[in-house]
Design a protein around this ligand. Structure first.
Ligand SMILES: [Zn+2]
Length: 135
């Protein structure tokens, strides 16, 4: 499926820091409890660090204590793309930015968190950029 934002790999590499590139374009995972947004409670909108698409809001962010920013729902259902991921001997659901195809993290469900969806979008901080709400 073509994405609205498509760039040659060299361009992503030039635009992103090496750590951002590793996560967004190579599906790496930042170490737990190291990301800048893990426990952030600031109100605002989280956008894709690669293309700027609005992906999540502080409204659905919750304290999962898993070491990564966790959301129970994306801002809009079609803001993200879900892809089956069978790497590392597990079957997981990868979450990608629907606009540029960059890797964001994974979504898990049925874990029993007291949220409306019982889903946990486990997203790398470095894949996101928070725009704090005005005022
Ligand atoms: Zn994107």
């Amino acid at each position: 499926m073509p994405y609205d934002v498509e760039k040659p790999d060299e361009q992503w590499r030039a635009e992103l820091s090496p750590a951002e590139y590793a996560v967004l374009r190579q599906a790496a995972t930042e170490p737990a409890f190291t990301g800048e947004y893990t426990d952030t409670r600031t109100k605002g909108v989280y956008s894709c660090r690669a293309c700027g698409a609005e992906l999540f809001t502080s409204e659905t962010k919750f304290a999962s204590h898993c070491g990564w920013p966790s959301f129970y729902d994306p801002k809009d259902t079609d803001a993200v793309e879900l892809v089956e991921d069978r790497s590392h001997g597990m079957v997981r659901t990868e979450v990608r930015c629907a606009r540029c195809g960059s890797h964001l993290g994974h979504v898990f469900e049925g874990e029993g968190y007291p949220t409306p969806t019982d889903q946990r979008y486990c997203i790398n901080s470095i894949a996101l950029r928070l725009a704090p709400e005005e005022g």
